[in-house]
Design a protein around this ligand. Structure first.
Ligand SMILES: [Zn+2]
Length: 218
């Protein structure tokens, strides 16, 4: 993959570059629907210790900017980002490091995303006007925030993109602790905020807007 991308860029093979770009979307989606449909394993790259760092550096090198927002989110996963400044060892024992430019963008972007998400969650009113159990729902919200305020949670920008349905416990439709009215209200607010965060993902990491990135890649 790396060799194909470099060659298609060096020799301006537009057709090949386009094919590769479409293929890469499986690992680096450019829409929230694409993000939700992502495979749990890497598709275009062989999965190894430093895959997210290598991929991000490569995408920056060959200027596939539309793939960069998702690449930054993936590289912020703890298994990679906890070694952001020390690097990760590849199979051949060489060391994979993000460029200083990418390191800075990742840290700043991740902080912006988690701050925005936390501000949003804190801004929720305690309960819906149709709430049937305000006390329980306020406790439920507190528990939800507590669950999310873990060290591991803060290190990964992708947590801001977790679908609402994944927050519910198995077998439950709504988040445990909320009455149906509050659950419904929180769900649509969460849904809206999740879309807003996705729309801003490129700019969090210092990139152009999705609109510009996608128009450049056409
Ligand atoms: Zn309620």
């Amino acid at each position: 993959m790396a060799a194909c991308l470099r060659l298609s860029t060096k020799y301006q093979v537009a057709g090949l570059r386009e094919v590769l770009r479409k293929w890469l979307k499986q690992d680096f989606p450019t829409s929230l629907e694409g993000w939700d449909a992502m495979e749990p394993e890497w598709v275009c790259f062989e999965s190894h210790n430093s895959v997210a760092f290598d991929a991000l550096n490569l995408l920056r090198e060959v200027d596939l900017a539309a793939c960069l927002p998702a690449a930054f989110v993936l590289a912020s996963a703890p298994e990679f980002s906890l070694n952001l400044f020390s690097g990760l060892e590849r199979v051949d024992k060489s060391r994979s490091m993000l460029s200083p430019e990418n390191q800075a963008a990742l840290v700043i972007g991740r902080d912006r995303i988690t701050n925005d998400l936390m501000g949003f969650l804190n801004s929720w009113s305690c309960a819906s006007t149709d709430c049937v159990s305000p006390r329980n729902c306020a406790i439920g919200k507190g528990e939800m925030l507590q669950e999310r305020l873990t060290d591991e949670w803060w290190t990964y920008a992708g947590h801001a993109l977790v679908p609402w349905s994944d927050l519910a416990k198995p077998g439950q439709q709504s988040y445990p602790g909320f009455c149906p009215a509050c659950s419904e209200e929180y769900e649509w607010k969460y849904l809206l905020n999740r879309h807003n965060i996705w729309d801003r993902i490129p700019t969090y990491f210092g990139l152009e807007s999705w609109e510009k990135l996608l128009s450049e890649s056409e």
